[in-house]
Write a protein that binds this ligand. Structure first.
Ligand code: C2E
Ligand code: MG
Ligand code: MG
Ligand code: MG
Length: 291
């Protein structure tokens, strides 16, 4: 269990995909000073409408730009941040930078929704909701453009204080997304009590659906349920044109994945939109004849 990680100890994990072989070791002290020094920065992955190919928003994915160890992925510092009491500061710091970026894009006429991942630990205290509201105010971002993602596996059996805080975020106008849907054990009761606005299908279902009929049946039922509940449906891990076509055929509204784009620094996104936006539009025109 990541939350029971030894206090103060180094976090040993595997090298980043594509990175050098060997383990990257980081300590909580290093992480704390990296957060303060703004070495933790947001990358952005586009969320695309599978029917039109249009980019609707971005998901914020934290990266640690370590001066010696290179780009460290979140799997190697989020668990440490959670066990060492650093996750609150990390989230506010990354969200602050992301909202500043979104505000700059808005000034240039680029209106994108922004999704931020939330650790369940942040939902235990009311402070975060207040800070989140302050950030939206500071950068003049409409709450409707912000989505908070909570993984299905982090939904506790007893929602406790989390339910009130999720409801507060929703009442401010923000969207709430169930992330990695299919990997947790959310009950019908939780699905009906939390005012979710979006459901994100975990990439493992996208991957498996081509070969396994029963996975397609499960996917179809989840997508049907979600759309009847008026939730926006999103598929993660769209890695090929076939993935896109399959999920679109099952009625999934939005998609994210390497076929569309890898997470990228904010400065690169406008140029990517210019070049790749056209490719995605053409992709859709080629596979979906206009009706
Ligand atoms: P997530 O929220 O489910 O984000 C999706 C992950 O899948 C990202 O990994 C993304 O880079 C990766 N991904 C996107 N497209 C594809 C694809 O086509 N194929 C495959 N195989 N993977 C794809 P990343 O950036 O390493 O983040 C991992 C997880 O770390 C995230 O999963 C999220 O739960 C967590 N995380 C990231 N940033 C933050 C943060 O600021 N705060 C918190 N609490 N968690 C974060
Ligand atoms: Mg997410
Ligand atoms: Mg996810
Ligand atoms: Mg995931």
């Amino acid at each position: 269990d990541v939350l029971r990680h030894r206090s103060g100890g180094p976090l040993l994990s595997q090298a980043a995909p594509g990175g050098r072989k060997g383990a990257v070791v980081v300590t909580s002290e290093e992480l704390a000073s990296a957060i303060a020094a703004r070495q933790l920065i947001p990358y952005y992955q586009p969320k695309v409408d599978l029917n039109t190919g249009l980019v609707k928003g971005v998901e914020v994915l934290a990266r640690w730009l370590h001066p010696e160890k290179g780009v460290i992925p979140p799997s190697q510092f989020i668990p440490l941040a959670e066990s060492e009491g650093l996750i609150h500061g990390l989230t506010v710091e990354v969200a602050d930078q992301a909202f500043a970026q979104v505000a700059r894009w808005r000034q240039h006429g680029l209106s994108l929704s922004v999704a931020v991942n939330l650790s369940p630990l942040l939902l235990d205290s009311p402070d975060f909701v207040v800070e989140a509201a302050e950030l939206l105010c500071r950068y003049r971002i409409p709450a409707e453009q912000v989505v908070w993602e909570i993984t299905e596996s982090s939904l506790a059996a007893d929602l406790g204080t989390a339910l009130g805080n999720l409801a507060r975020l929703r009442l401010k106008g923000c969207g709430l997304s169930i992330d990695d849907y299919g990997t947790g054990f959310s009950s019908m009761q939780q699905l009906s009590r939390v005012p979710f606005t979006e459901l994100k299908i975990d990439h493992s279902f996208v991957r498996g659906a081509h070969r396994r009929e029963h996975l397609r049946v499960i996917l179809q039922s989840a997508l049907d349920m979600a759309s009847k509940m008026r939730l926006v449906t999103v598929a993660e891990g769209i890695e090929t044109a076939e993935d896109w076509t399959l999920l679109q055929g099952l009625g999934c509204v939005l998609g994210q994945g390497y076929f569309i784009a890898r997470p990228m620094p904010g400065g690169v996104l406008p140029a990517w939109l210019k070049e790749e936006g056209a490719r995605l539009y053409k992709h859709v025109q080629a596979v979906v004849p206009p009706s």
